[in-house]
Design a protein around this ligand. Structure first.
Ligand code: NOJ
Length: 722
C-alpha cells in the first residue's frame, strides 16, 4: 500500500530556504582529484582508444583520490549522490546530511545496477531471451539485496527502450525489439527491485529509463534524434514505460534524445501531459547525466541558465551532474522567471521518494557487516548460473553435433575463452572480474580434458589433438553499451580468419559467441556447423556455456532481437509493415540488390537438443480476451522447455499495421513424447490501434492468429471480430 506523505512534505517545504530547496534537486557524483596529469575525460578516451589498458585505467582509478563535495553537502547543496556503492562511504555522507545540515534531510543514493550488483547476471538482452518474467524478477531481487546492502537506494533501471537497430550499442541493456516483451521484462524488474514495501531495507527504488524512444535514434547512433509519428510512438515505444509505471516504478529518467524536435529533458508534453497527467505518476523525474546542460548543444537553449529554466518548467525534478539547477535555479525563482510553486513541486517529488524509502526514520539502511555477508551468496551464484543457462540461444546445430559426448577431446580457441573480466558485459560497475568464471576455468573445474590455444602459433597442433574445435568469438564488453554504436556489426576479420583456418582442418567447429548485440554472422554461419549465442552472461558465464556444450542444460533461449544477414539491413525487426511491393523475386519489389531481404535468424528463434511440433490451433472468444489454444509436443528424446509464441495480424485495420505482432507467450516444460494444450490470452484491448487522427480504435474484422516456436515457423488460424 502506498502511503501518503503530503502533510510531512508540505511541513518540510515551509521550513526550507530557497537554497535548501534547490540543493535537494542536485545530484552529483564523486569527482576524481590529483593523481593524473590529464583530465578524467582524457583518461577515459585513453582507455577507449587503447593508449592505456583497462587494467591500467582501473589501477589509476583505484588510487585516485575522490572528492565527495562535502562542503556543499554540509551547506545543504546536495540532495543525492550517484555512483557510490559502499556502505561505509554512504553512511559517512549520510551522517553529514542528517547531523550537520540545518534540516537534517537524508540523502538519496542512486547507482546503475543494470544486471546485478556484485553477482553479475546476464546482460538484459541475454536475459530477455529466457522469456521468463519470474526469473527476471528473481535476478532483480538479488541485485536489490546486494546493492541495498552496499547503501544503494535507487537503481537507474530497468531500461525498456525498444531497440530495433542492432547498430545501437545499448541494445544490450534492454529486452530487445518488441514492446510486449519489454513491458513484461520491465514490470518484472520493477517488482523485483522494489519488493512490496519500499521502506524495507532491501528494497531499491526503480528508475525506468530512458523516457522516451531512446532506442529509435536515427541510424543506430547513440544520443541521436528521434523523429516519428505519434501513432508509432504510442503503439511501439510507449507501452513498456507505461507498464513499468503501472508496476509501481517510483522514478523515471527522460532520454538524452530529442523527440520530434524537443529534447525529452525539456519536453513538457512528455513529462507533464503524459507522465503526470495521463499516467498519474507522482514519483521522481531525474535527468540523464549532464542532459540539462546538453540542451545548449541541442540548440534549444542559449545557455545553462535557460536550459535549467526550461527543464524545471517542463517537469524535470532532479539534475544529474550538470550543475544547471544549483548554479541558476535560485536566481531564476528570485527573478520570477520560475514560479516557486514549480520548484516546490520538484522538491516535493524528491522528498516523497525519501519518505517512501523510509530514510527520514532510518537513514542508515545498511552497514559494513551486512554488506560483507550479502555479496555473492552461493544461492545468488546458483541463480546467476540458472539465468545464464536460460539466456543462451542455440542458433545452429547441424547433425546434432551438440551436446558433446563424454570423452570428446575439446580444443578451445580465442582469447575470450579465458578472459574472465570480459564475461560481465556492459554496465557492471559493481563487478569484480575475479568473481567471473571463464570457459577455460569451467573446463578446469570440471576436470574435462581440453587444450587451449589463444594465438595462431599452436593452433594447428591443438586442432590436431582435438576431436571438436570450440572457437570463442564475439565482442569485447566495451563494444556494446553506452556510446558504443557500430557501423559494421560483423565479426572482426581476425576472428573470421581463425574460424576459416580451424574449419580447414576438417574437424567440426563449434562457435561460441560472447557479444552484446545481434551480429551479422552470415560468414560464420556458412563456415561452421554449430553456433551457441552466449551473449555476456555475467559471473557464471563459463559454467553456463559448458552446461550447454555438455548437455547438462538443454538450451531453451529464443531471440528477442532479429539477427540481420548484413549490417546494411539495419534497422531490421520482425514487426515491420508491408510495402505495396513486399520483397520478392520480381525486380520492382522492396529489397536489396546485394543482400537478402530476410534476416539470418528470425525473432523468437532458438534451437534445443530436442524438437517440438505444433498442432490444433483454436481461438475462443472469452470474457475480456481471446483464448488461443495450441497443442505443443516434444517430438525428440530429451526433456526441454519450449517458449510458445502467439502473434497476430490485423489485415482490416484503417492504418497499415505490422505483418505480425507478438501478443502472448508462455514457457512449457515437456518430457520426451509429451504433449500439452497451452492456452494463451490476448486481451481485446491489446488488439486496438491509433487511427490517422490518433483516436484509439478497437480492431474489427478478420484477425489472423499464429502460434509457434518463432515468428517464421508457425501454424495459423483466424477469427472474425466485430
Ligand atoms: C548515462 C546513461 O545514459 C544512463 O543510462 C545512466 O543511468 C546514467 N548515465 C548514470 O550513470
Amino acid at each position: 500500500m502506498k502511503k501518503d506523505y503530503e502533510k510531512q512534505i508540505q511541513k518540510l517545504l515551509k521550513k526550507m530556504t530557497l537554497e535548501e530547496k534547490v540543493g535537494q534537486l542536485q545530484q552529483c557524483g564523486p569527482s576524481l582529484v590529483g593523481a593524473f596529469e590529464v583530465s578524467f575525460e582524457e583518461l577515459l578516451d585513453m582507455m577507449f582508444d587503447g593508449r592505456i589498458s583497462q587494467e591500467e585505467f582501473d589501477k589509476l582509478m583505484g588510487t585516485a583520490e575522490q572528492d565527495f563535495h562535502e562542503e556543499d553537502l554540509r551547506a545543504g547543496r546536495v540532495g543525492s549522490y550517484n555512483g557510490i556503492g559502499d556502505a561505509d562511504t554512504v553512511n559517512r555522507l549520510q551522517k553529514i546530511a542528517v547531523e550537520e545540515t540545518r534540516l537534517g534531510i537524508p540523502l538519496l543514493f542512486g547507482y546503475d545496477v543494470i544486471h546485478g550488483f556484485r553477482t553479475v547476471t546476464p546482460i538484459p538482452l541475454a536475459e530477455s531471451c529466457a522469456w521468463e518474467p519470474a526469473l527476471w524478477e528473481k535476478t532483480a531481487r538479488v541485485a536489490a539485496e546486494e546493492a541495498t546492502a552496499a547503501g544503494v537506494h535507487l537503481t537507474f533501471a530497468p531500461m525498456v527502450d525498444v531497440a530495433k537497430d542492432a547498430r545501437w550499442g545499448r541494445v544490450s541493456e534492454g529486452a530487445g525489439e518488441d514492446a510486449l516483451l519489454n513491458s513484461a521484462y520491465g514490470a518484472a524488474k520493477v517488482k523485483g527491485f522494489q519488493g512490496d514495501d519500499l521502506a524495507k531495507e532491501d528494497a531499491m527504488a526503480a528508475c525506468v529509463k530512458h523516457f522516451v524512444a531512446y532506442g529509435a535514434g536515427e541510424a543506430g547512433r547513440d544520443y541521436n534524434r528521434v523523429d516519428m509519428s505519434m501513432q508509432r510512438l504510442w503503439e511501439e515505444y510507449m507501452p513498456p514505460y507505461q507498464a513499468c509505471i503501472e508496476a509501481g516504478a517510483r522514478a523515471v529518467m527522460p532520454a538524452f534524445n530529442d523527440l520530434n524536435g524537443v529534447p525529452c529533458t525539456v519536453n513538457s508534453w512528455l513529462l507533464r501531459d503524459v507522465l503526470r497527467e495521463k499516467w498519474q505518476f507522482d514519483g521522481l523525474v531525474i535527468s540523464d547525466s549532464n542532459a540539462i546542460a546538453e540542451c545548449v548543444a541541442h540548440g534549444i537553449a542559449a545557455d545553462k541558465r535557460e536550459a535549467a529554466k526550461q527543464a524545471v518548467i517542463a517537469g524535470m525534478d532532479m539534475d544529474m551532474s550538470s550543475n544547471s539547477y544549483i548554479e541558476h535555479l535560485k536566481e531564476l525563482v528570485e527573478s520570477s522567471e520560475v514560479e516557486e510553486t514549480v520548484l516546490d513541486e520538484a522538491v516535493g517529488d524528491v522528498l516523497r521518494i525519501k519518505f517512501e524509502l523510509g530514510l527520514f526514520d532510518n537513514p542508515y539502511r545498511t552497514d559494513k557487516e551486512r554488506e560483507q555477508r550479502t555479496m555473492l551468496k552461493p544461492e545468488y551464484r546458483a541463480l546467476a548460473r540458472e539465468a545464464a543457462g536460460k539466456s543462451i540461444v542455440l542458433l545452429k546445430n547441424e547433425n546434432s553435433i551438440l551436446p558433446l559426448a563424454s570423452g570428446t577431446r575439446i580444443g578451445v580457441f580465442g582469447s575470450l575463452a579465458a578472459d574472465k573480466g570480459q564475461m560481465t558485459g556492459a554496465w557492471a560497475i559493481g563487478a569484480n572480474p575475479d568473481d567471473c568464471v571463464s570457459l577455460t576455468e569451467a573446463l578446469e573445474a570440471r576436470k574435462i580434458s581440453y587444450r587451449y590455444s589463444a594465438d595462431s602459433a599452436d593452433m594447428q597442433k591443438t586442432a590436431e589433438e582435438s576431436d571438436v574445435l570450440v572457437a570463442v568469438l564475439g565482442e569485447m564488453k566495451e563494444e556494446s553499451g553506452e556510446a558504443a554504436s557500430r557501423a559494421e556489426i560483423t565479426l572482426p576479420p581476425e576472428q573470421l580468419a581463425m574460424v576459416r583456418e580451424l574449419a580447414a582442418t576438417g574437424k567440426p567447429v563449434i562457435a561460441v559467441l560472447f557479444n552484446g548485440r545481434p551480429l551479422a554472422i552470415s560468414q560464420l554461419d556458412k563456415t561452421v556447423p554449430a553456433i551457441v549465442e552466449a551473449w555476456h552472461l555475467g559471473v557464471e558465464a563459463g559454467n553456463a556455456v559448458l552446461d550447454v556444450l555438455l548437455g547438462d542444460v538443454n538450451p531453451s533461449g529464443k531471440l528477442t532481437t532479429t539477427f540481420p544477414a548484413a549490417t546494411g539491413q539495419c534497422p531490421m525487426y520482425y514487426a515491420h509493415t508491408n510495402t505495396g511491393r513486399p520483397g520478392g523475386k520480381s525486380k520492382f519489389t522492396s529489397k536489396y540488390l546485394d543482400a537478402p531481404v530476410e534476416p539470418l535468424y528470425p525473432f523468437g528463434y532458438g534451437l534445443s537438443y530436442t524438437s517440438y511440433s505444433y498442432k490444433e490451433l483454436s481461438i475462443a472468444k472469452l470474457e475480456g480476451a481471446l483464448g488461443v489454444t495450441v497443442t505443443v509436443r516434444n517430438t525428440g528424446e530429451k526433456a526441454g522447455d519450449e517458449i510458445v509464441q502467439c502473434y497476430v495480424q490485423t489485415p482490416a485495420a484503417k492504418r497499415v499495421r505490422p505483418v505480425r505482432e507478438l501478443k502472448a507467450f508462455a514457457k512449457v516444460t515437456l518430457k520426451p513424447g509429451e504433449e500439452k494444450a497451452v492456452t494463451l490470452k490476448i486481451p481485446y484491448d491489446s488488439l486496438g490501434y491509433y487511427d490517422w487522427d490518433m483516436k484509439w480504435t478497437p480492431y474489427e474484422g478478420k484477425l489472423k492468429v499464429y502460434a509457434g516456436g518463432n515468428v517464421k515457423d508457425t501454424i495459423e488460424g483466424e477469427i472474425q471480430l466485430s
